[in-house]
Ligand binder design. Structure first.
Ligand code: ADP
Ligand code: ZN
Length: 359
């Protein structure tokens, strides 16, 4: 076991650990300690299960254990799949002291977390993220949800995990496209709040793509520390936490218009950040040179920076209006102020937005 990093998310009196390191899923006793009750339900997907489910099953050999293996993909983050998880909990006879374990990427984490928020009005929840995106973003902070055809994450709850355990060795089997999508969220932290981290990413882009373990672990830890800080200050997204949605109003509109079958979430966020940067540059709110550096880094990381062909700008704008961040019909956007800075704005007119949405 190489070096393990441990961070903490502190929410007033409540706190939980984030452990990051290679081989953590092999530490059976530490995993078992995360399940104090009799019942545990592991939610995972069909790509992840063959590699990593046996680790979790052997760690929890003494427990009454249920398993739900979902088909992979964002299209599966539905109320129907949520119903299947509820049925599995009922079949297991899961009681109030049950633990739900999410083993997988953000899709599994969001769905399993929402199940944990709802089963008997809330049971214990552990995140075992296996994608870079889940390790740096979705597994930390307690946002859980499923999608509707009308929009992403429209049904959900805030429900914090009891622990996040990120075994970075699981990234060895992650498809390259998924790794790059996760890197988009990594870049987001630099773009919105940490210019020094952005410069570090520019320096280490090749090492990240090559999955150098020490560099990946450093990036994950820095992102988690950043996110933990924001969540501690604004758990339920009344203010500062909204900044983490940089690029997301654009990105969600693209994903939803494509029916969740086109760009991956991280890819859509990469495009969204570039659109946000271009909008800001046009409005004179961010230096054009910074917008250029952002697009260059994303391109080096193999990420898209333009809206996919065939999407109608008016349709995208309509989708953006439906975004959860919209308040009483006014579009609320995270506006970029240049490397390391972002702010919330309610005053962006359609006349400024539409040109950015044109191909
Ligand atoms: P995200 O974490 O980006 O929200 P998903 O939960 O949809 O995304 O996971 C992305 C894809 O990668 C899915 O097809 C999932 O089955 C697969 N996957 C997740 N973790 C691993 C892993 N460690 N190795 C191989 N495939 C994985
Ligand atoms: Zn995201």
């Amino acid at each position: 076991m190489s070096d393990i990093r441990e961070l903490e998310v502190a929410l007033g009196a409540r706190r939980y650990p984030i452990r990051i390191g290679r081989g953590l899923l092999g530490e059976g006793a530490a995993l078992a300690a995360l399940v104090p009750g009799r019942h545990a339900l592991v939610v995972t997907d069909a790509n992840v299960a063959p590699h990593y489910l046996p680790h979790v099953q052997s760690a929890l050999a003494g427990k009454q254990l249920g398993t739900v293996v979902l088909p992979p993909g964002e299209q599966e983050k539905t109320l129907a799949r949520f119903g299947e998880v509820m049925a599995a909990l009922a079949a297991l006879g899961a009681s109030r002291d049950a633990t739900i374990i999410a083993l997988g990427g953000g899709v599994v984490g969001d769905l399993a977390g929402f199940a944990a928020a709802c089963w008997m009005r809330g049971v214990r929840f552990v995140q075992l993220p296996t994608t870079l995106l889940a390790m740096v973003d979705s597994s930390v902070g307690g946002k859980t949800a499923v999608d509707l055809p009308q929009g992403k994450n429209l049904v959900g709850a805030f429900h914090q995990p009891a622990a996040v355990v990120a075994d970075t060795a699981t990234l060895d089997t992650l498809p390259a496209r998924e790794l790059r999508a996760g890197l988009a969220e990594v870049v987001k932290y630099g773009a919105l709040g940490d210019a020094a981290f952005f410069a570090w990413l520019e320096e280490h882009a090749d090492a990240l793509l090559a999955r150098e373990p020490a560099v990946l672990a450093e990036a994950i830890a820095r992102c988690c520390a950043h996110k933990a800080g924001i969540v501690a200050r604004d758990e339920t997204e009344r203010g500062e936490r909204m900044l983490l949605n940089l690029g997301h109003t654009f990105g969600h509109a693209i994903e939803t218009e494509q029916g969740y079958g086109g760009l991956l979430h991280g890819e859509a966020v990469a495009v969204g950040m570039v659109l946000a940067a271009r909008l800001s540059a046009q409005l004179g709110r961010a230096p054009a040179a910074d917008a250029g550096r952002l697009a260059t880094l994303l391109t080096r990381l193999g990420l898209p920076t333009a809206i996919p062909p065939g999407l109608d700008p008016d349709a995208l704008l309509a989708r953006m209006r439906l975004d959860k961040k919209a308040v009483s019909g006014t579009l609320r956007l995270i506006v970029w102020r240049g490397l390391g800075q972002a702010e919330i704005a309610n005053d962006i007119p359609d006349t400024a937005l539409l040109p950015v949405l044109r191909p």
